[in-house]
Design a protein around this ligand. Structure first.
Ligand SMILES: *Cc1c(COP(=O)(O)O)cnc(C)c1O
Length: 362
């Protein structure tokens, strides 16, 4: 095999090499069945045990919270932007959306198509360079839920501490930071994440929620869009993305092998510190986009003195084997996505390149 790229893609993103190799080893012949997992019925015992194992691993990583269920859905986090208000935002109720960046804006825009939405907070005045503090968030007592984006993948800002929404259910998009650190699931009514950043390949969306939120009857919406349909059918109402779920199960096994969520957090903090220290100690050659206290452990966004220099950085880094460092086209700059599966050595190599580039261009 050739050398693995230094993969800083924002999503789909790096997967653990161990997971890819395990999948390769059982790709053609799955557990003595004479076929691959992609070729077997999703109603058979072999597939179902993988499906159930993945759900069990998720709840185990969260400390077996009582009253929470896991669903595997399709259509990405973007479909959750619509399903959440369709199921949870009844006529006559309001939902609060914390406007913290590009993904929060997309979520709110979809919810407005369905129901009554208010901005519970906004950091747009600071160009989305920070997350709002607890006392900036307006929690209306009778709100159906308050929605936050745990990590803004494009701007590179992340909640260090989640807001307390009292009796109002907190609903959160964790697409780009699920399982990057321990998670107190009891603070949330519902969390959701497309798998392709921190959990596996694209194709499956993980929803973890209080059973009472998932079981609400929503007779006015099509069957396939109701959480209750997927809850009562163990996410097997229709054909699930079986290979993606298998890969999620293997990625979860890998997280367990890293020492669980505490283990991955320690590794993630070491990688993020290395990068942020390099930025902070560059004498102003590099500047971090996110404000202190909101810096993301997963997406490190930074700028150089001019767009010309940024272009040169993107180009030269590519030539040297670094992939995906260009910032999102909507904000420019540079971004290193350092999800769980990005090895420390990739970050160490990037830091070396950054030092060298600064020396040559400073
Ligand atoms: C990538 C991303 C999404 C979109 O996910 P899809 O699965 O492509 O729909 C939504 N929210 C956040 C925070 C993301 O990072």
């Amino acid at each position: 095999m050739g050398k693995r790229a230094y993969n800083f893609n924002a999503g789909p993103a790096a997967l653990p090499l161990e997971v890819l190799e395990r999948a390769q080893a059982e790709f053609v012949e799955f557990q003595g069945t004479g076929m691959s997992i992609m070729e077997m019925s999703h109603r058979g015992a072999v597939y179902e045990s993988v499906h159930n194992e993945a759900q069990e691993r998720i709840l185990k990583l969260l400390g077996q919270p009582s009253g929470y269920k896991t669903l595997f859905l399709q259509g990405g986090a973007s479909t959750q932007f619509a399903m959440i208000p369709m199921n949870l935002l009844a006529a006559g109720r309001q939902a609060g959306y914390v406007m913290s960046g590009s993904w929060a804006s997309k979520a709110a825009k979809e919810a407005k198509l369905i129901g009554d939405v208010y901005a519970a907070a906004s950091t747009e005045g600071d160009k989305f360079t920070r997350m709002p503090a607890q006392d900036e968030i307006e929690i209306r007592e009778d709100a159906a839920y308050v929605h936050i984006t745990s990590n803004e993948t494009i701007e590179g800002v992340q909640f260090a501490q989640y807001p307390d929404t009292g009796s109002v259910p907190l609903v959160a998009d964790l697409s780009s930071d699920i399982f990057c650190r321990p998670l107190e699931i009891e603070k949330f009514g519902m969390i959701y994440a497309g798998a392709q950043k921190n959990l596996g390949p694209s194709g499956v969306t993980v929803v973890i929620a209080k059973e009472e939120l998932l079981s609400a009857e929503a007779k006015h919406i099509p069957t396939v869009f109701r959480y209750s349909t997927h809850l009562s059918n163990n996410s097997l109402y229709n054909t699930p993305p079986s290979f993606s779920i298998y890969m999620v199960n293997e990625t979860l096994r890998w997280i367990e092998e890293q020492g669980g969520l505490e283990g991955v957090e320690a590794k993630n903090r070491a990688k993020a510190n290395l990068l942020y220290d390099t930025i902070d100690n560059s004498g102003g050659f590099y500047s971090g986009v996110a404000q202190a206290g909101s810096r993301s452990l997963m997406n490190v966004t930074f700028r150089l003195g001019s767009e010309e220099l940024e272009k040169a950085f993107a180009k030269e880094s590519e030539q040297q084997g670094f992939v995906g460092l260009k910032g999102h086209r909507s904000v420019g700059g540079l971004r290193a996505s350092i999800y769980n599966a990005v090895p420390h050595e990739s970050v160490a190599a990037l830091v070396d390149f950054m030092g060298d580039f600064a020396k040559r261009n400073g």
